[in-house]
Design a protein around this ligand. Structure first.
Ligand code: HDE
Length: 715
């Protein structure tokens, strides 16, 4: 509990303040405890004389039960853990704010979307889905993208993913999907992986997974950073305007740094070298002031047009191509503050899909409907009872008044006797607010039907959009996707499952894809499907689904390693470094040891990292500095060879100043000057511009690396 609290943090709105971008920060500060020159006390406030030795009967005697400090300290320690999230257990979070570009009053009455001057505080949690809390960040998986808006009308939670569709169409199948995806129940293997029998068994028997499976196998499943991925609300929601008119809407987040991924081998290596890669990346970017920014995008559809796209907008395995209904960018979210305490904020935050504000409403998407129950329900176990909305991170910035009382860990002290409605004992308060005055009113959709347990016939086409996604990939992306399928299915031990995936899923999407994968995984029969299956509707490719055309004109926040050793020419490389840093890159010297690296020209450099503890997989690009002695030493160092070899294999920009190219040659990179993304120059001025451009391109996928032969067609 706070030690020096002057105002109740439970009172919601901070007295005298209009909610703005800082409102949540100020509210949270009331719950913060920052000991600074304070006495150590028990939970009861009693000052403690010693916390190093337990109370004993004699120096070597037994510990006494009356040692209340020991008992309390151990008891509190014993209960520090809470259950991890049943899915999305591994995550990272950040605070920020959201501002709309112009009023959206023609679409919605939601207060936070009316006024461009209003800064609405937000808390965002990014996550992986399958792994446990301690699992690695860079595994192949869907990423969660959950945003809590603390609006002036209460909390709105947009609980999305980095992919616009989902595996299943009905929430009834969610426990089956997650059981199949999580480690096997007998041995809890494998951790944070879909490459195992039970997941692919489920896929092979559940054709509706086809579209999402391709997304997960694509490079979207291994993002470079949480800051460089899109977000999607997935379901179709409703916006309601002041007159009560509804429009359908799909929510998007667009990262201003572009959408970028890792290379698969790189992702696997990072999982071992820096399991916290994405978490660290988010935290460090915010510390450095490089605040992640995402634009909110809306696809708005008139209800009358809902049926005209050839698929059902209530089906969450389908997306609405941006080429058909453009994404209108309506505002921007900036993440500018790290959590103060991971547990209190990132772990205790409780997103609930049902948290909406007036002007935003649901549709009958059967996946969404099940989520409306699940998120509220799961917090009861995870956060220990029904009072989780009182936890500091979950409180709205507006006042909360109702007759929902008591329960475990209740914080609010509800005064008075009238804890019911109607009452006359407290003026009929707290009283409902009419819709016209801001009370939430559900959209009055007309519903008529029989009570049935069935899937709508409009949900039956499972392959057209999967094919559209595949056809929209660039050659390199398609090759990566194919390799990922070969990898994952190659890990499946039961041949019958591999056969079913090839025959019943892949061949129905694209026979060429099925044949390539079949060959790699020892399956001979791809079925009798025609070469170009037309069971579903033919769809046009959607260029927006490829990452190839994403933003690639900035090196801001890109991590660049400069390899140096004693004898380096310090001045030239220092000027390269400062040039790159001016454009926002994070540049670090990596050497044979940490500390000062003596130069040949009196301009010594400081190595922050050493080859021993830092691999090139945690950088976006590598430069080899100039200097005879330095390059000779690096060329004799196996770790330096591996450093540049891996950067080359992972399609990263490589630069060499002067003699530096000798290391590239020594590491086996043939004719480096002719390789895409490899920049050589004798002088810093000649290097930087081209190298900056090479880094901004993110990866040079067309480079032919010395990888062992891949099963996909060459790109
Ligand atoms: Fe979730 N999901 N989900 N999910 N989900 C949870 O809620 C669930 C789905 C998503 O950072 C849980 O608080 C069901 C789609 C995110 O805290 C749980 C169904 C999408 C997060 C739950 C889905 C998501 C969760 C676990 C099918 C993208 C992490 C802990 C009907 C639109 C939120 C928790 C955070 C978390 C249930 C499907 C996104 C169990 C039943 C589709 C980003 O309630």
């Amino acid at each position: 509990m706070p030690s020096r609290q002057t105002k109740s943090p439970l009172s919601g709105k901070i007295p005298g303040k209009i909610p703005d971008g800082n409102a949540k920060r100020e509210q949270l500060a009331l719950s913060e405890e920052r000991p600074d020159d304070e006495a150590l006390t028990t939970d009861q406030g009693v000052k403690i004389a010693s916390t190093d030795d337990s109370l004993k009967a004699g120096e070597r005697g037994p510990t006494l039960l009356e040692d209340f400090h020991l008992r309390e300290k151990i008891m509190r320690f014993d209960h520090e853990r809470i259950p991890e999230r049943v899915v999305h257990a591994r995550g990272a979070g950040a605070h920020g704010h959201f501002q709309v570009y112009k009023s959206l009053k023609q679409h919605t009455r939601a207060a936070f979307l009316q006024d461009p001057a209003v800064k609405t505080p937000v808390f965002v949690r990014f996550s992986t889905v399958v792994g446990s809390r301690g699992s690695a960040d860079t595994v192949r998986d869907v990423r969660g993208f959950a945003v809590k808006f603390y609006t002036s009308e209460g909390n709105f939670d947009l609980v999305g993913n980095n992919m616009p569709v989902f595996f299943i169409q009905d929430g009834m199948k969610f426990p089956d999907l997650v059981h199949a995806l999580k480690p096997h129940p007998n041995n809890e293997i494998p951790q944070a992986q879909s490459a195992h029998d039970s997941f692919w068994d489920f896929v092979s028997l559940t054709p509706e997974t086809a579209h999402m499976v391709l997304w997960v196998m694509s490079d979207r499943g291994i993002p470079r950073s949480y800051r460089m991925m899109e977000g999607f609300g997935v379901h179709t929601f409703r916006l309601i305007d002041h007159a009560g008119k509804a429009q359908l809407v799909k929510f998007h987040w667009k990262p201003l740094l572009g959408v970028h991924s890792l290379a698969w081998e790189e992702a696997q290596q990072i999982a071992g070298k820096d399991a916290d890669f994405h978490r660290r990346d988010l935290f460090d970017a915010i510390v450095a002031g490089a605040f992640p920014e995402f634009e909110l995008g809306l696809q708005i559809i008139d209800e009358a047009d809902a049926q005209k796209y050839g698929f059902d907008l209530l089906d969450p395995t389908k997306l609405l191509p941006e080429e058909i209904v453009p994404v209108e960018r309506v505002g921007k979210m900036t993440l500018d503050r790290n959590p103060v305490n991971f547990f209190a904020e990132v772990e205790q935050v409780a997103f609930c899909v049902g948290n909406v504000v007036p002007g935003i409403d649901f549709t009958n998407d059967p996946l969404l409907q099940a989520r409306l129950f699940s998120y509220l329900d799961t917090q009861i176990t995870r956060l220990g009872g029904p009072n989780f909305a009182e936890l500091p991170i979950n409180r709205p910035i507006v006042p909360v008044h109702n007759n929902q009382h008591d329960g475990f860990a209740r914080q609010t002290i509800n005064a008075g006797v009238a804890n019911y409605l109607p009452n006359s004992l407290s003026n009929g308060s707290p009283r409902p607010t009419p819709a016209a005055a801001g009370g939430y009113q559900h959209y009055q959709e007309r519903v008529d039907g029989h009570t049935v347990r069935m899937r709508s016939p409009t949900f039956q086409d499972h392959f057209s959009q999967a094919r559209m996604f595949l056809d929209s990939q660039s050659p390199a992306e398609r090759a990566h996707l194919t390799d990922a399928l070969c990898f994952e299915l190659g890990k499946v031990e039961r041949v019958a499952i591999r056969e079913r995936v090839v025959r019943d899923i892949l061949a129905k999407i694209d026979v060429g894809l099925a044949e390539t994968v079949a060959k790699a995984i020892g399956v001979t029969d791809v079925g009798k499907t025609p070469r170009r299956n037309t069971a579903g509707k033919e769809t046009q490719p959607s260029p927006a689904l490829s990452m190839a055309a994403t933003i690639s004109d900035t090196i801001a926040t890109r991590r660049i390693a400069i390899l140096v050793a004693p004898g380096v020419i310090g001045r030239s490389i220092a000027s390269v470094k400062s040039n790159l840093e001016k454009r926002g890159a994070v540049v670090e010297y990596v050497s044979v040891h940490l500390g000062t690296i003596p130069s040949s020209d009196g301009a010594d450099v400081e190595a922050l990292r050493s080859l021993l503890n830092t691999p090139s997989v945690v950088y976006d690009a590598v430069i080899v500095a100039d200097g005879d002695e330095s390059v000779t030493m690096l060329a004799q160092h196996p770790d330096a060879h591996r450093f540049v070899q891996e950067a080359f294999r992972h399609y990263k920009a490589l630069g060499a100043l002067g003699r530096g190219q000798a290391l590239l040659l020594a590491a086996g990179i043939e004719d480096p000057g002719s390789q895409p993304g490899v920049v050589l120059s004798p002088k810093p001025e000649g290097l930087v511009k081209e190298f900056r451009n090479a880094v901004a391109q993110h990866r040079h996928w067309t480079r032919v690396t010395n990888k062992p032969p891949q099963f996909s067609a060459p790109v």
